[in-house]
Design a protein around this ligand. Structure first.
Ligand SMILES: [Zn+2]
Length: 405
C-alpha cells in the first residue's frame, strides 16, 4: 500500500474514533488506535488543518494540565433524521455531532396511503431545511427510519405488515426515493434499530459496550449491543423481539404468525384491548378522559387512568407488561445482559411497570444469578430518538465524504 493511502486510512480511522468518542483526547486516541502519541499528534494536526477537528474547551482543573478533548467541528456538516412512524412523523436536523438544531413532529396518517405520506414527509423535510436557517448545501445526508421489514443494505422497505396498508409498502426503494428528491446520500434503517443507536450514542448506552435496548411502541423490537456494536444477525433482522411466540393459539399477528408478543403487549394491542372492553360496556375512567370518543384512546390516556386507580387501565397495562416480562426472562437467560434499557411510548407513559411486573417476573422466571446481575433502566430519550438515531447513522456514513472534501 502506498504511504499516502496508508496515512489517509489512518486519518479516517482517527476521524471516526473522534466522532464516536466522548471528547477523546490525543492520549486516549493513541490507546484506542494502538498508535504512538507522536503519530496521533501528527494525524490530529492534519485533521485540524483540514478543518474537520477542533479542540473542545479543556476541563478546568487545579490539578495541573489535563488532556485536551477533541471533537469533530460541529458545523463541518449537518444531516437530517426522519422517522416515519405508525403514528408520528418526526424530523430532526442535527450537526455532525448530533446536536439538534431543529425538530418537527406531525401525524403520519398512514391510512392516507404511501403517496400522501411521502408527499407530507418531503414537504416537512424541505420545511425543516428552511426553518433550520442553514444553507441547503450544508445538509450532507438524510437518515430515514421506518418500521416493518427493512433491508438497509438495499434501502428497501420489504414489507410493512399493518392492516389495510400492507400492499402500499411492499418492496419500496425508500432510500432511492429520498435520494431522488433531495440529491444527497441517504440511508434507510429499521426504526427500533435507529432508536437503539440513539440510545448508544446519546442515551444511557454511551459508556456501555454490551446492553439490550427494548422498545415498546405501536410495535415491539429490540437492539442487541455486543462489544460496542449492534448485532444485526445473518440477514440484518436480529432483534425482532416482538415476534417471539407467547401464545401459540393466540391472535393472528401482522407477520402472519399467531400469538406473537406484539399481538398482546404493544401499545396498539393495549389500546385495542381497552377499546374492545369498553365497547362491551365495561365502565372505565378512560371514557371520560377520551371525551367519550373511543378513537381518541391513547397509551397516555390509559396511563393517566391507571394513575387514577382505574381498574381496567391498570389490569390491561399489567397484563401487557407481564407478557413482555416473560419474554425478557428468556432473553436474560439467553444473553445474561448487564443492562436492559427500555424505551418507546409504553415505558415513557408508564415507567413504573419496570418495577412491577417486569423486575418481579424476571426475578421469578430467570436463573437467579442472571436475574440479579441485570439492571433495568428507562431510556432518558424522548420520542424523536428514532429520527436522532437515523441522523447519527448517516453522519457516520458521510465522514468519508467530508474527509475527501
Ligand atoms: Zn408476529
Amino acid at each position: 500500500m502506498p504511504d499516502t493511502d496508508r496515512s489517509e486510512r489512518r486519518e479516517l480511522i482517527i476521524l471516526r474514533l473522534i466522532h464516536s468518542g466522548v471528547n477523546s483526547s490525543r492520549l486516549e486516541l493513541a490507546r484506542q488506535a494502538g498508535l504512538s502519541p507522536a503519530s496521533i499528534t501528527t494525524i490530529v494536526q492534519r485533521l485540524m488543518m483540514k478543518g474537520l477537528v477542533v479542540e473542545s474547551e479543556p476541563a478546568r482543573s487545579n490539578l495541573g494540565r489535563r488532556p485536551v478533548p477533541l471533537q469533530i467541528r460541529s458545523n463541518a456538516a449537518y444531516v437530517i433524521g426522519v422517522d416515519i412512524g405508525s403514528f408520528y412523523l418526526r424530523i430532526v436536523v442535527t450537526d455532525i455531532n448530533g446536536n439538534i438544531v431543529y425538530k418537527h413532529q406531525t401525524q403520519t396518517e398512514m391510512q392516507e396511503g404511501r403517496t400522501r405520506v411521502l408527499d407530507t414527509t418531503f414537504h416537512c423535510v424541505h420545511e425543516a431545511i428552511k426553518q433550520s436557517g442553514l444553507p441547503p448545501a450544508a445538509i450532507r445526508g438524510i437518515g430515514i427510519a421506518h418500521s416493518g421489514v427493512i433491508d438497509s443494505d438495499a434501502g428497501l422497505v420489504l414489507s410493512y405488515p399493518r392492516p389495510g396498508i400492507m400492499a402500499e409498502w411492499k418492496n419500496i426503494p425508500l432510500r432511492d426515493i429520498f435520494q431522488d428528491e433531495f440529491k444527497v446520500p441517504c440511508l434507510l434503517e429499521d426504526s427500533v434499530r435507529a432508536t437503539a443507536i440513539a440510545e448508544k450514542c446519546f442515551g444511557l448506552g454511551r459508556d456501555l459496550s454490551d446492553f439490550l435496548y427494548v422498545d415498546v411502541g405501536m410495535g415491539i423490537g429490540a437492539g442487541i449491543f455486543l462489544e460496542g456494536k449492534i448485532y444485526r444477525g445473518a440477514g440484518g433482522s436480529a432483534g425482532e423481539f416482538g415476534h417471539i411466540t407467547v401464545d401459540e393459539n393466540g391472535q393472528l399477528c401482522s407477520c402472519g404468525n399467531h400469538g406473537c408478543l406484539e399481538t398482546v403487549a404493544s401499545c396498539a394491542a393495549v389500546i385495542q384491548t381497552v377499546r374492545t372492553a369498553m365497547e362491551q360496556g365495561i365502565d372505565s375512567k378512560i371514557r371520560d378522559l377520551a371525551a367519550g370518543d373511543l378513537a381518541r384512546v391513547s397509551i397516555e390516556i390509559i396511563a393517566q387512568a391507571a394513575a387514577e386507580n382505574d381498574s381496567l387501565a391498570f389490569r390491561v397495562l399489567q397484563k401487557a407488561a407481564s407478557y413482555i416480562a416473560i419474554g425478557l426472562a428468556d432473553l436474560v437467560n439467553l444473553l445474561n445482559p448487564r443492562v436492559m434499557i427500555f424505551g418507546g411510548a409504553l415505558f415513557r407513559a408508564v415507567p413504573q411497570l419496570l418495577e412491577d411486573p417486569l423486575r418481579r417476573i424476571i426475578k421469578q422466571r430467570s436463573l437467579e444469578k442472571s436475574a440479579n446481575e441485570v439492571q433495568l433502566k428507562i431510556s432518558p430519550l424522548s420520542g424523536e430518538a428514532g429520527a436522532l438515531g437515523a441522523s447519527r447513522l448517516i453522519a457516520e456514513r458521510i465522514l468519508n465524504d467530508l474527509y475527501i472534501g
